[in-house]
Design a protein around this ligand. Structure first.
Ligand SMILES: Nc1ncnc2c1ncn2[C@@H]1O[C@H](COP(=O)(O)OP(=O)(O)OP(=O)(O)O)[C@@H](O)[C@H]1O
Ligand SMILES: [Mg+2]
Length: 255
């Protein structure tokens, strides 16, 4: 039997964006398939966050088209146009970005209160479900400051899952965590992948995480994607920026 053709769910076509005369993205082309986990690698300041926050309307490209589930985001005008799309995409912000003054449970409930008409009972049920999915059943009534870094990341992830998104963007899910806690987050991402069959984009410079979760990865360098392929292909690539990344990876393994 021939395998089913892979359908791109997210299509970047000629996407460019700059700030104050400095080009950050210079014509990005990338297709991400339904159900795929795509890792975007690149050093600090290479434009990884700029590239992904376009998916939820936090930034607009200057040129190109960005198609998500058949909708060209660059054509969306009003808030109402964005509404449906925002529900499709969960975004785990860099550094978790939980609301300090709310409990963990209230943080997870927040998108449900904002974007749905669900009853309080149903919201409570979903909050329990999402916290259980990320292995955090016991901490609902605590404030984020009472949690460890790894638990805060899980709580933020539960909040990103609240609306049952079809797409999840993780911005640096392991940054600031020790390697063991980072591995736990990697396992959790893989588990959610298998359980929910979502399409995921993971922004990182953590090669250990990349090896764990990536179906394919793309390397952003000087405004362009200079590599696109699987992790084994990445290891074989002779592109100088790929070699620099791998050199650093080898050093970390020795440390
Ligand atoms: N709102 C903004 N206004 C001006 N410049 C910005 C803005 N957002 C991003 N930039 C610039 O765009 C470039 C890319 O930023 P971006 O945050 O996407 O990098 P990154 O790859 O996510 O880096 P990091 O790994 O440190 O998170 C940087 O030079 C940054 O200063
Ligand atoms: Mg970033």
């Amino acid at each position: 039997m021939t395998p089913a053709p892979r359908v791109p769910l997210i299509i970047y076509r000629g996407i460019s964006k700059g700030f104050d005369n400095k080009e950050v993205l210079e014509g990005i082309d990338l297709e991400i398939y339904e159900g795929e986990t795509m890792v975007i690698l690149g050093r600090s300041g290479s434009g990884k966050t700029v590239m992904t926050c376009m998916l939820v309307g936090l930034m607009r490209p200057e040129a190109g088209t960005l198609n998500v589930a058949g909708v060209d985001l660059t054509q969306l005008q009003s808030d109402a146009d964005w509404r449906e799309l925002r529900l499709k995409t969960g975004y785990l912000f860099q550094g978790s970005a939980l609301y300090d003054s709310m409990t963990v449970g209230e943080n997870v409930a927040f998108p449900l209160v904002q974007h749905t008409d669900l009853s309080l009972e149903e919201i409570t049920r979903r909050v329990h479900e999402k916290l259980a999915q990320v292995g955090l059943a016991e901490v609902e009534s605590l404030e984020p400051a009472a949690l460890s870094g790894g638990m805060q990341r899980r709580a933020a992830l539960a909040r990103s899952l609240a609306l049952d998104p079809q797409i999840i963007v993780y911005d640096e899910p392991t940054s600031g965590l020790d390697p063991i806690t980072g591995d736990e987050i990697g396992h959790l991402i893989r588990h959610l992948q298998e359980a929910l069959k979502v399409t995921s984009i993971i922004v990182t410079h953590d090669l250990r995480l990349t090896e764990m979760v990536a179906d394919r990865l793309a390397l952003l360098f000087k405004g362009r994607l200079v590599f696109l392929g699987t992790f084994p292909e990445f290891l074989q690539s002779s592109h100088p920026e790929v070699r620099r990344f791998l050199h650093r990876f080898d050093q970390e393994k020795e440390e």
